[in-house]
Design a protein around this ligand. Structure first.
Ligand code: ZN
Length: 443
């Protein structure tokens, strides 16, 4: 089994599960007789890892717009070894209903840890899943209300100003909650880190604040609406050219990495959404990825329609590739600087298929230069910390929830082996991934 404390595979004789919990880990070589009536799952020669956690999902808004239901979606996660989801921004009532659905269907659905609506300015960037907050005095009521719903993660979004953000961090921390952010315009990463934020979502929430000061600013939607297409395209290319050659050894980028380390801020790179949607969706390897054949057709076709309506300029593809390489390089730098990394996907944003996208993200983290063991630790132990569940989740140990993935091959030899799933155990229930996938209509 994989030991998240050392990053090593250790031989083990048996794992005993009673109800939802692990009650014994029997060392290799020790005599062990299964209790009478126990269901025995033979695992000789196989590799056991803790249940994976997708640390960045939005379960509600895309599913609403494409009319996908929980029974079509949730088995995809569990079939991929994902036993817990960290929602980071969604409409709260539907999210709560999904969480209740998941609780009632543990053999087909992973556990859902709730996130707040996106905290944003007015008007917000995403109309239906945001809560506009411009007055810090209104923050305590919002944080209290979200806490009543059972929210664990508070998410500051692109338009939030610093006074509101500071109030959110203060109020949420008083309630033992985690505060994260996707930053772009009004709140600098440097400020968020100094203000005590717990994590930053998306590598771009850091990268954007490492650009040289002469970089033109990409205007918010309201300003873009008043600009001509040619003017916007020229501006976009100009920004891309600067973004494709950022020097991380300049004082400002170095200082930001140091601050992330000093203030112990975790970073969730979500490289997969940059490759699959924002930067390189025009690569056939992305939009024709075999994983896309295993998801509901409405989801796949909906994504293709959105992509067709938002074509990328083929003449900028090389610049976009270079930028993606830099996002990977920055991720590796953060890892080597000992910034704690989380693993998330932004599914179901376009071309990030539920469940499968986490394996793609882990593959991209290894491609960036992380060792497979570090990636597995991030997707289990680190992600469990980000949802305040270290006592329950994130490692294989007595007293923890029996969330386990049994693999047919060693993931430390090749991270792609996390796809070779023999069985998934979710809260003690043994699930067959082939059966779970067969529940999802793909045509
Ligand atoms: Zn997101």
């Amino acid at each position: 089994m994989f030991d998240t404390a050392t990053g090593r595979m250790v031989p083990v004789g048996a794992i005993v599960i009673e109800g939802e919990k692990i009650t014994a880990v029997v060392p290799a070589g020790e005599e062990f007789v299964p209790p009478a009536g126990a269901q025995v799952l033979a695992a000789e020669g196989k590799y056991l890892i803790p249940g994976l956690i997708d640390g960045h999902v939005h379960l509600v808004h895309v599913l609403n717009s494409l009319q996908i239901t929980a029974d079509e979606l949730m088995p995809l996660f569990l079939a991929n070894g994902i036993t817990t989801l960290r929602d980071v921004g969604d409409e709260i009532v539907a999210q709560k209903l999904l969480a209740k659905y998941a609780e009632a269907h543990p053999s087909t659905a992973p556990r859902v840890i709730l996130g707040s609506l996106l905290i944003d300015s007015n008007p917000p960037y995403h109309q239906f899943i945001s809560w506009p907050l411009t007055d810090p005095a209104k923050v305590p009521t919002f944080v209290a209300d979200m806490s009543t719903w059972g929210v664990q993660t508070f998410k500051i979004y692109v338009g939030t100003g610093r006074p509101v953000a500071q109030a959110v961090i203060r109020e949420a921390h008083q309630r033992g909650k985690w505060v994260t952010a996707h930053l772009a315009w009004n709140y600098r990463a440097q400020d968020a880190v100094e203000d005590g934020i717990d994590s930053l979502e998306h590598i771009d929430s850091i990268y954007s604040f490492m650009l040289p000061p002469e970089t033109p600013r990409w205007p918010p939607p309201a300003e873009r609406a008043g600009m001509k297409a040619k003017e916007l395209a020229d501006l976009q290319r100009q920004i891309l050219e600067i973004r494709a050659r950022v020097d991380f050894d300049q004082p400002a980028p170095l200082a930001l990495v140091d601050a992330l380390v000093r203030k112990k801020v975790a970073v969730n790179p979500t490289l997969v959404v940059y490759r699959n949607w924002m930067l390189l969706r025009d690569l056939p390897a992305v939009h024709e990825h075999p994983d896309l054949q295993k998801i509901p057709a409405r989801l796949r076709e909906g994504w293709r329609r959105t992509a067709a309506a938002n074509p990328l300029d083929p003449t900028t593809q090389e610049l976009r590739r270079q930028q993606f390489k830099l996002l990977e390089a920055l991720t590796a730098r953060l890892y080597h600087a000992e910034v704690e990394l989380l693993v998330g996907t932004d599914t179901p944003v376009q071309f990030c298929p539920p469940g499968f996208a986490l394996h793609q993200e882990m593959e991209l983290l290894v491609e960036s230069g992380l060792p497979p063991a570090a990636v597995l630790i991030a997707a289990t132990r680190n992600n469990a910390r980000a949802i305040n569940q270290t006592a329950e989740l994130g490692s294989i140990a007595v007293g923890k929830r029996a969330d386990l993935v049994l693999l047919a091959a060693d993931p430390l030899a090749d991270i792609r082996n996390t796809r070779k799933i023999d069985r998934v155990v979710h809260g003690g229930q043994v699930c067959d991934p082939a059966v779970l996938l067969s529940l999802v209509p793909t045509q």
